[in-house]
Design a protein around this ligand. Structure first.
Ligand SMILES: [Zn+2]
Length: 144
């Protein structure tokens, strides 16, 4: 992957903690990789929070994807939902369709949200806070 993990980006928010179900996701993020789930009985890919294949009920395993995708939709958050986010509003939350298919709910770092449009190419980046887990977010391809 040619997107270099960044030392620190002002995403804000409380520290993110892993649990057993998310460990593979955050292990990948710490390594600068974006992970999604794949059904162990086939090739179907799903969002990271999908623990069991909704098609056949089998378990899923972590698989690294390209980190590239397209913007599906987004919202500009003006009122902080958490005190730790008060200094970063307004910010953009988005749904990204990965090149491999799954949709991801994520943060999108963008200077001018009025320039956003469905279908814009986006790429993953990673924030590595001093406290808590590394977390993927997305940037516009042309902004890199
Ligand atoms: Zn399946």
């Amino acid at each position: 992957m040619d997107v270099e993990p960044r030392a620190s980006e002002p995403l804000g928010g409380p520290p993110v903690d892993r649990d057993e179900a998310s460990a593979g996701f955050f292990d990948a993020a710490a390594d600068g990789r974006l992970a999604v789930r794949r059904c162990v009985t086939g090739d179907r890919l799903f969002a990271p929070e999908v623990a069991r294949c909704p098609r056949c009920g089998a378990a899923t395993e972590w698989i690294t994807v390209s980190g590239r995708g397209r913007l599906v939709t987004w919202a500009v958050v003006h009122r902080s939902p958490h005190p730790a986010l008060a200094e970063v509003v307004p910010y953009v939350t988005a749904v990204v369709e990965l090149a491999e298919g799954p949709w991801l709910r994520t943060r999108l770092a963008v200077d001018d949200a009025s320039s956003l449009a469905p279908g814009l190419p986006v790429a993953v980046a990673f924030v590595r806070p001093s406290d808590g887990e590394s977390v993927p977010y997305f940037v516009l391809e042309h902004a890199r």
